[in-house]
Design a protein around this ligand. Structure first.
Ligand SMILES: *Cc1c(COP(=O)(O)O)cnc(C)c1O
Length: 428
């Protein structure tokens, strides 16, 4: 129950979840685009960010696109074409085929499967990294052995157990589309996320670890595939003297002005990661005595980019909370709290938190899609849940007890101390 014991003052300037952190170089490269009049979807900034990102990540080709979602769409489309052949102009490449997808994630991870007329099968989350559960993925291949594509995300900048997932996919001859939108700069066993799958995607959306205001990048080691993505993203023009089209096209290319912003941000990626890491560690220290834990990662295998710091409230310390489709409710209780109470209290003090991603299998738009947990089919034939004991629906549990805390790079130590105090006071 929140008691304002320390007489905490609301923040004068809002503390954001994760806002853009600009350094000045960005304007220089945007100005360069203006001076050279390359105010279009071609130019030096684009070429340079593609080079810089490919070099940083360690892949052969990076294609700059309008957003991370566009990168994921073309990655899924490519995978579909590779698996099932080129689609007719009025059809997606997946044509009803099932695709295994991360369940607890942003919907941008999985929507491209629907764009390509596939059916997403959601794979439950594991508690160790809050990412796709390898055991549930194994189970899914038992239930649907025909599946040949897996879309996996690295949530909040924490690498998933991507080696295990890759081994399972290899065993079943499945391709991987890796959604590294949130995890640019994070590594698993020393290797950058976005490199493990057949295709990777990163995002430069306004709140990501570095930003272009918008923008995304498609990653691959295949020249043919990067050429294809370049072509598709620029309306699928053929090499001809006029506008010649043999395939459906998209207007997905990054603008050279946006690329100027990304180019200016690239040198600061590691600085941002270091700041986010410090925020994560200060929270961890500040909450030592509280019945909460931080969003976890495997210290031996992975180095996250710490994009968002999140907490999970211990089961015993949860006050009663219910969420309808659109509204939360809770009953305040002394010594206990819940995500809703903490988020509302932060908002009262002019700080922005956020619930963790609501799992896709709980979303109205995807309520008919299959959902697989480590112990079996999360939804029965009738769409009813089957109780799977301890590991039953990890995603729903994380959604119930978890929340994202203000994780802005520009938050001062003093401001973060106040956030810690506010959270602590909720358990008063
Ligand atoms: C931000 C995000 C995307 C989409 O990136 P955009 O650039 O906003 O299109 C995809 N997946 C995840 C997990 C994200 O967080």
């Amino acid at each position: 129950m929140f008691v304002n014991k320390g007489n905490i003052e609301p923040f004068k300037n809002k503390i954001w979840l994760s806002s853009p952190t600009m350094h000045g170089d960005e304007q220089k490269w945007v100005a360069d685009a203006f001076e050279k009049n390359w105010i279009t979807t071609a130019g030096e900034n684009i070429n340079e960010v593609e080079r810089l990102v490919a070099e940083y990540v360690g892949c052969k080709y990076a294609v700059a696109l309008s957003c991370g979602t566009a990168a994921l769409h073309l990655a899924v489309k490519l995978a579909g074409e590779r698996l099932y052949g080129q689609a007719k102009p009025n059809q997606g490449t997946l044509q009803g085929h099932k695709v295994f997808c991360s369940d607890m994630t942003f919907d941008a991870t999985v929507n491209p499967v629907a764009y390509e007329d596939g059916e997403a099968v959601f794979i439950d989350t594991e508690p160790d990294t809050w990412n796709m559960c390898p055991k549930a993925l194994e189970k899914a291949f038992e239930l649907y052995p025909e599946v040949r594509l897996v879309v996996v995300a690295h949530l909040y900048g924490t690498p998933s157990k991507i080696n295990e997932i890759k081994a399972i996919c290899d065993k079943h001859g499945a391709l991987i589309v890796e959604d590294a939108a949130e995890s640019f700069g994070a590594t698993y066993k020393g290797k950058q996320t976005g490199l493990f799958g057949d295709y990777g995607a990163i995002s430069f959306n306004g709140n990501k670890i570095i930003t272009g205001s918008s923008g995304g990048m498609f990653l691959t080691d295949s020249k043919d595939d990067s050429d294809k993505v370049r072509k598709w993203s620029t309306q699928s023009r053929e090499a001809a003297s006029w506008y010649q089209h043999e395939e459906i096209g998209y207007n997905y290319r990054m603008s050279n002005v946006i690329a100027g912003v990304v180019r200016g941000q690239m040198p600061y990626l590691e600085e941002h990661i270091a700041q986010k890491k410090a925020i994560y560690e200060r929270y961890k220290e500040g909450f030592k005595e509280l019945p909460v834990s931080m969003n976890p990662f495997n210290e031996k295998n992975s180095e996250p980019n710490y994009w968002l710091s999140c907490i999970l409230i211990d089961k015993e310390a949860m006050c009663r909370q219910v969420r309808s489709e659109n509204e939360p409710m809770y009953i305040s209780e002394s010594g206990k709290s819940c995500s809703t109470e903490i988020l509302e209290t932060l908002a009262k003090f002019n700080a922005e938190g956020r619930p963790v991603w609501k799992p896709m299998h709980m979303q109205p738009i995807y309520r008919m899609n299959p959902f697989v947990t480590a112990n079996g089919n999360g939804r029965g034939q009738s769409n009813a849940y089957i109780d799977c004991g301890e590991t039953f629906d990890v995603g729903a549990d994380l959604f119930e007890r978890g929340l994202c805390l203000p994780s802005d790079n520009k938050m001062t130590v003093e401001e973060q101390d106040v956030i810690i105090k506010i959270v602590r006071s909720c358990f008063g």
